[in-house]
Write a new protein. Structure first.
Lengths: 1035, 473
């Protein structure tokens, strides 16, 4: 996009302050003119200005950042200059004034305000004002022409070219800050990368003439690191071991060990799931469960544990199908795009709105999570503060215009996926009859193998002699001499035949149904319908001996299918579809139903075949006969007539056509069987071109056309937007040139490339800041999802840039390397508390100069988040179940709700059940009906992105941690454990403190706690310890 | 963190509401100016407050305006004619049927002459206390988004509801009760489940506390479940004491952190709430006459009446904002009368009519109208066209809200729908104007109550909103 355009976007482009000034201006004018105003001026201020503000400013003012039709009405010069049609007001001539014409709605083309007719009284006031000369005392709103480059903003500036090997001077800060040579000697690359964090932090402290606080003790450090990296406390033994480890790299070893543990991925996945507002249900009006959403959660856990590099993490989540087609398991990553809510009701009743808002959610999430950009603010108008146009925004929407949300199938094992692709391709080839003279070894061997089998072991079909046979709707079934059944008498609309027969075999692999012509039937049948047809909707086959079980049918083949009424329909559990034989009436047809596994038969085994014929119009079977076989699958298949004819000719004498028919059939049969033998597909709730508005499509959708919507309204579509992203970043293409506009995958891939590009200034700053924020409780920029002009500015800009470049170039996007770097810094290892610091000392000064610790002179104390609190209780009470992965745990009971949303009861959940002990990350999160316990501890509302959690303190929260069943139950579990291990109360108390506080109790604590325990029991004492600040906060 | 003791006390003593509390807790609270409830403003933030507490009655499903308060004689003339849009508009569940007149008789009531249909005989008697917004408009015809709009000002989930904003801006009036209380229909939650009472991106402390009127513990976890015998009341009392000792010692070792002090104080408040809440929720303490007036003795009105009565008890004792819902989400038992206006509207209307009139009279009689606002609203209106035989479809085009109480110009009405009641014609108001007006009454300038979230100074009223001065005194 042209840079000029960006410059001209808005007056407030320069800074937030400028906008605030503009906002305040309107009020200031009123105030200052109150001193000596004429009656006309007063009339304007009292009557006209409020009217303009109320009805016009929304689209015609600096305040709104919008000048519809080029017109602004917030200053005299605005209406004098006018818009596209010329001056809006001609003083003294209301009838000639466009403003009046517009509010009178004189012409079709110019009717203002657009949505609502102005009251007659207001129109009259405007007329009066113009008649009196249109006095307007407002001062001109000066639209300050931004002179600055739109890229001149900390987050948009290109990253410095330097790597760790380059001179720190390349960062350009030395000159700016007049650093001395001594500083250069301490430059990070001259020491180790770890030292660079401290270099930048200490330099800023030094400039503020502050000294950092002392390092924390070992016990504090290990507790901090465990909660930080695992979301769990260490055990007392682990604390002891660390405290007693004299080796110089004790801390480094600990950090490495924590990062290598799978508990790390479970902790950090939760941060990402907050960021992308992932939940297990739709949310909104119909808050429906997504049974397969958890696979995305598992993907995120696994990705953090594997330390997937950040650019790859981006590519996987936006377009794994494009970048890694061989790695089928990565389809789970596409759950990212579908992580947010879905308004099911809007999807059905307001589809156009739905499409725009559903994509809005995807755009908002993607740009916030990866680029810390609030591109979504440009939905209704160009971004008011950042150089993002509406066109940019709708280009981002166009990236997601070819997908919807739903369950997407994939192979969890790429090797299986490869086999599936292979056999599917073979079937495809066979269907197209594409086997000519040059056969691959595989095809040749399949074909000859199949033919051998078919000739050596032809399926022997044994006729069944039905012992019982009934029509559900009153037809007469009669067994004929040849063991076939003939229907006669009453001809109902629909019917179901249930036929039982003894089995004369020891093994059963397939059943064959023959439908036969008969003179008594219309057109000789084989159906009873007036045209001789039949429709077989569903087939069920049961085996009865000592017990009865339904046999699983792998598939069916018929010698002939009516168009649109294939034999597969008899197995699809859809009673609206069926197998038919029309127009080939008056002749015999047959179908073979093959079982998934051959059944071993006993002497008394009986078979029951249920033939459901529910289509109506008497599409019923007139005469039929059943056979069974024990032959292997491929051989038992029905051979189509053409293939059968070919098989009767010896191989050398077949025509090329005959041979091709045999090969195609052989390959298809074998490949189908192989496919059926593969493990079942997995599903993930994700994005796919096979879904639109959450409905599954038979054919992939064509990408929707996305319009730039004026004021975000679907009633005001503007130009068509193609796929793209922010055009302000000139180092990267703002609009994507995709080779095939119909291939939506290319659009997502292009956005992934845009985000993952080394030149993208936002991505690298975004991720290092996000990781930093979770370690320090606050980002270097304290708005992790917004690096725009409304966001925060970095406290340590050089450090942020250095980290971004180091992460990109040296760490190669490894998040674990970033953690290591941060944890190894002295900055991370400082104390949080002031205890022990001398009153007049450095800390005292720091806390006066920098009370909010923006300069990081100490560590930030943090409270336990909901998951850490909960998981810690599970661990300390000794019952945590560290099993990883799998479907979510529902920690509530469900009952039917009024509509699609069920009623959940969290109180009815049994905390004694095994499912209670899993880590919190595996809980099913019902988006609209969150767990009240977790909610009270600031588990976020996942309707929106949560870059950082809230930090509530309230009486209701205190009541929750004090009285909630979960806390009380686990207080009891811990007490029981301690009581069984230690007979004396004093020792029980000591051990409780060791587990919960990770230290020995003081003499005073020992006494207080023992007194309480003696009166109210140990469980009550554990409850108090779980509620104490020492446990709830991490120093 | 150095902080004047006095401010700290407001933070804590004020029940942890408020902008300043958020700052203390190191939130990203950025308001236009660092302000807090001002005694000179009668507890308002930016100007004198007329209202200190609010009861909002929310009719789930979309209460039909042209069958309740918005009399449309033109529908009688055009009854049966197919004049609606040919194409199904966005958000309608079915194509528009023929014009349908209201099956109910309308009469003018009170000195103000407000038209009210026969479904609301009790409210008709008190129209002179109400001010009507006759032409409210929604941006959607879909329940979920519309319910969000009327509560949070946004079509999408995740935004704080009005009650949460008020809690954030003003804090509490008492330590003894939650600030923002929600009383859902006994039959179930409204559209979007707990979404309409969410604190969104505001700290969780501001979310609506859902009160269970069916069990014996109205406030969740107020007391331990009796199955945990060790958590007895005696253990509670001494436990709070022990906890205080442990925490004080810990605070001494970790000086200068207001969050630690706040948490200590939160347990003191919890103990106070345990003492006061049970009494507040005990409607049995009301007189027989009161029960009769509200209709708790009648199975038709019993559920809504009990919750109206509870709402009054709560605001009386200092709860800031109470929301009473009529109807759960779903196809029945609410105001979503697609099937039949003559069959479905009268029963749901009857279930609320007497309790509402009683609540209004009761508030007045007790002098609570001095500083209490009572609101009746819904998420959208219904079509002037028939759906099926004699139902009506969703219509965001025009609907009615009324307000009564402190600061309200009683007996007025503002705005007017078109001749069919299909679209707002004059004096159109959106949720933004409605919310701006409520905040205004509470002494809050809706443009200055903000919270910085992902790059935007978020407001309840987004970038819109005008105070509807026409209905204010």
């Amino acid at each position: 996009m042209p840079v000029n355009r960006i410059r001209n976007l808005i007056p407030g482009f320069l800074s937030v302050a400028a906008v605030c000034l503009a906002l305040a201006l309107g009020q200031l004018v009123v105030a200052q003119d109150a001193v000596e105003t004429t009656a006309e001026e007063q009339f304007f201020v009292d009557q006209i200005q409020p009217l303009l503000k109320r009805h016009c400013y929304e689209c015609h003012s600096h305040d709104a950042g919008e000048f519809g039709g080029g017109l602004s009405l917030d200053s005299k010069s605005g209406w004098q200059k006018g818009g596209d049609h010329g001056a809006a007001v001609v003083p003294e001539k209301p009838d000639d004034s466009l403003l009046i014409k517009a509010v009178r709605r004189e012409s079709e083309d110019l009717q203002m305000p657009p949505d609502e007719r102005l009251p007659k009284k207001s129109v009259a006031l405007l007329v009066e004002w113009i008649e009196q000369g249109a006095v307007d005392p407002r001062k001109p709103v000066t639209q300050s022409e931004p002179t600055s480059d739109p890229l001149d903003w900390w987050s948009l500036r290109p990253l410095p070219a330097a790597t760790v090997a380059a001179d720190i001077g390349d960062f350009g800060y030395i000159a700016d800050h007049g650093a001395k040579t001594a500083d250069l000697d301490r430059a990070p690359h001259r020491q180790s990368p770890q030292a660079s964090i401290d270099f930048f932090v200490d330099r800023q402290l030094k400039r503020a003439e502050l000294t950092p606080i002392l390092p924390a003790d070992r016990r504090t450090l290990i507790r901090r690191a465990y909660f930080d990296l695992h979301g769990l406390p260490p055990t007392p033994d682990e604390v002891d071991a660390f405290e007693n480890d004299d080796s110089p790299d004790a801390w480094g070893k600990l950090v490495d060990r924590l990062l290598a543990s799978p508990l790390y991925g479970e902790r950090w996945a939760r941060h990402w799931l907050d960021t992308v507002h992932f939940a297990d249900t739709h949310g909104c009006e119909h808050d429906v469960f997504r049974p397969n959403a958890w696979r995305y959660r598992d993907y995120v856990i696994d990705s953090f544990n594997r330390d997937t590099s950040w650019p790859r993490f981006i590519r996987e989540q936006l377009a794994a199908d494009h970048f890694f087609p061989e790695e089928s398991h990565l389809i789970a990553a596409l759950g990212f795009i579908a992580a947010g809510p879905l308004e099911l009701s809007r999807a059905s009743t307001a589809p156009v709105t739905f499409d725009y808002l559903d994509r809005d959610d995807m755009v908002t999430q993607t740009m916030a999570a990866f680029a810390s950009s609030t591109a979504n603010c440009a939905r209704c108008h160009d971004h008011k503060f950042d150089p993002i146009t509406q066109e940019d925004y709708y280009s981002l929407q166009a990236v997601f215009a070819g997908i919807g949300k739903g369950d997407v199938e994939f192979d969890a094992d790429p090797a299986i996926a490869s086999q599936r692709r292979h056999y599917t391709a073979l079937i495809d080839q066979a269907n197209r009859g594409q086997f000519d003279s040059s056969l691959s070894d595989e095809v040749a061997s399949i074909a000859s193998g199949w033919e051998d089998l078919a000739s050596k072991h032809p399926a022997v079909w044994t006729t069944l002699r039905p012992s019982a046979f009934v029509s559900s709707d009153g037809a007469t079934l009669k067994r004929l001499e040849d063991d076939s059944l003939l229907a006669s008498g009453h001809r109902p609309d629909t019917d179901t035949y249930t036929i039982s027969a003894p089995l004369p075999l020891t093994k059963l692999s397939a059943v064959r149904l023959e439908v036969l012509p008969d003179e008594s039937l219309p057109f000789k049948g084989p159906g009873r319908c007036d045209n001789g047809n039949l429709h077989l909707n569903e087939v069920e086959i049961y085996l009865n001996d000592s017990e009865s079980r339904r046999l699983k049918i792998r598939g069916a083949v018929a010698d002939w299918d009516q168009a649109g009424w294939t034999i597969a329909h008899s197995l699809d559990s859809d009673v609206k579809t069926a197998w038919g034989i029309y127009p080939k009436v008056g002749e015999a047809h047959h179908a073979v139903f093959e079982f998934e596994a051959a059944a071993t038969l006993k002497s008394d085994s009986q078979i029951t075949v249920v033939l459901k014929q529910l289509h109506g119009g008497s599409h019923l079977i007139g005469r039929c006969r059943l056979y069974v076989t024990d032959a292997d699958g491929a051989a038992a298949k029905v051979v189509p007539q053409a293939v059968a004819a070919a098989l009767r000719v010896s191989k050398p004498e077949r025509t090329a056509e005959q041979q091709a028919a045999v090969i195609s059939f052989a390959v298809k049969s074998v490949a189908e069987q192989k496919l059926a033998e593969l493990p079942a597909l997995s599903s993930v709730y994700a994005a796919s071109k096979f879904y639109s508005r959450s409905a599954k499509l038979a054919q992939p959708m064509t990408p929707n056309v996305v319009h730039v919507l004026h004021r975000g309204s679907i009633d005001k579509p503007g130009a068509v937007a193609g796929p793209g992203s922010l055009s302000v970043i000139t180092a990267l293409p703002g609009r994507f040139a995709v080779s095939d506009a119909a291939d939506e995958m290319l659009r997502r891939a292009a956005l992934a490339e845009w985000l993952a590009a080394p030149e993208n200034p936002l991505t690298w700053r975004s991720v290092v800041n996000r990781v930093w924020a979770y370690h320090f409780g606050r980002g270097i920029c304290d708005t992790p999802n917004d690096f725009g002009r409304m966001g925060g500015t970095p406290s340590h800009p050089e450090l942020l840039d250095w980290l971004a470049v180091w992460f990109r170039d040296d760490a190669k996007g490894s998040v674990k390397e970033l953690h290591r770097l941060i944890l190894m810094s002295q900055t991370y290892q400082r104390k949080s508390g002031l205890h022990g610091e001398s009153e007049a000392g450095a800390a005292d000064k720091a806390r006066n100069v920098d009370p909010n610790n923006r300069l990081l002179w100490r560590m930030q104390r943090r409270s336990l988040d909901a998951e850490s609190f909960r998981d810690a209780l599970l661990q300390i009470s000794g019952r945590i179940d560290l099993a990883m992965y799998g479907p979510g745990i529902q920690q509530f009971t469900q009952s039917k709700g009024a509509q699609a949303t069920p009623k959940l009861d969290y109180d009815a959940f049994d905390w004694k059940s095994a499912a209670a002990a899993r880590r919190s990350i595996y809980r099913v999160v019902w988006r609209g009906i969150a767990d009240p316990f977790m909610e009270s501890l600031d588990f976020p509302d996942l309707g929106l992105l949560t870059p950082q959690r809230g930090n509530s303190v309230s009486a209701l929260q205190a009541l929750t941690t004090f009285n909630n069943d979960f806390v009380l139950h686990h207080s009891e579990v811990l007490a029981d454990k301690l009581t069984s291990e230690y007979p004396k109360v004093d020792e029980q108390i000591r051990q409780a403190c060791r587990l919960i506080y990770l230290r020995e109790p003081t003499a005073n604590e020992r006494q207080l706690l023992a007194e309480y325990a003696n009166t109210h029991g140990l469980a009550a004492t554990c409850r108090i310890l779980f509620n104490s600040n020492e446990f709830l906060f991490v120093n | 963190m150095q902080q004047p003791r006095r401010q700290f006390l407001w933070n804590i003593g004020g029940g942890f509401g408020g902008l300043a509390a958020a700052q203390m807790l190191d939130q990203d609270a950025v308001s236009a100016d660092n302000i807090r409830p001002n005694p000179e403003f009668n507890g308002g933030l930016h100007h004198p407050a007329k209202v200190k507490r609010v009861i909002q009655l929310f009719m789930t499903g979309g209460a039909s305006p042209m069958d309740t308060f918005d009399y449309k004689p033109e529908l009688e003339r055009l009854h049966g004619q197919k004049l609606g849009p040919a194409e199904k508009p966005e958000g309608f569940t079915a194509p528009a049927g023929a014009i349908m007149k209201s099956p109910f008789a309308f009469k003018q009531h009170g000195e103000c002459g407000q038209w009210v249909s026969s479904v609301f005989p009790h409210q008709a008697e008190v129209v002179d206390d109400m001010a009507f917004l006759m032409a409210m408009q929604s941006k959607t015809n879909v329940h979920g988004p519309a319910t969000y709009m009327m509560n949070s000002g946004f079509l999408l989930p995740g935004f704080p509801s009005m009650g949460a904003w008020i809690s954030y801006g003003l804090g509490n009036l008492t330590d003894n009760l939650p600030t923002f209380v929600v009383l859902p229909d006994a039959k179930g939650l409204p559209y979007n489940q707990k979404g309409p009472f969410s604190s969104g991106f505001l700290p969780a402390v501001h979310q609506g506390t859902v009160i269970r009127t069916d069990g014996d513990q109205p406030v969740r976890d107020l007391f331990a479940d009796p199955k945990h015998a060790f958590a007895s009341r005696a253990a509670d009392a001494q436990g709070f004491d022990l906890l205080n000792k442990l925490n004080s010692e810990h605070a001494a070792m970790n000086p200068d952190d207001t969050r630690l002090e706040a948490r200590i104080r939160s347990y003191e408040l919890a103990a106070k709430m345990q003492l006061s809440a049970p009494e507040a929720f005990d409607v049995a303490k009301e007189t027989a006459e009161t029960h009769k007036a509200y209709g708790t003795d009648n199975p038709v009105t019993e559920d809504f009446a009990r919750r109206c009565l509870l709402a009054r008890r709560l605001v009386e004792r200092g709860t800031r904002f109470v929301q009473v819902w009529s109807g759960p989400q779903g196809a029945t038992g609410n105001w979503d009368n697609h099937g039949s206006i003559p069959n479905e509207l009268p029963p749901i209307a009857a279930s609320v009519d007497q309790p509402i009139a009683a609540l209004l009279r009761d508030l007045k009689a007790r002098g609570l109208f001095e500083d209490t606002l009572l609101i009746w609203t819904t998420e959208f209106g219904r079509t002037p066209f028939a759906q099926g035989g004699d139902g009506r479809d969703h219509n965001g085009g025009s609907f009615v809200t009324w307000l009564a109480g402190a600061g309200i110009k009683a007996g007025t009405s503002y705005g007017q729908s078109d001749d069919w009641g299909y679209k707002a014609a004059e004096g159109k108001t959106y949720c933004y104007d409605f919310h701006a007006t409520v905040l205004h009454l509470l002494g809050i300038d809706h443009k200055r109550l903000t919270f910085r979230q992902s790059g935007i100074d978020r407001r309840l009223t987004d970038v819109h909103g005008h105070v509807v001065k026409e209905i204010l005194t």
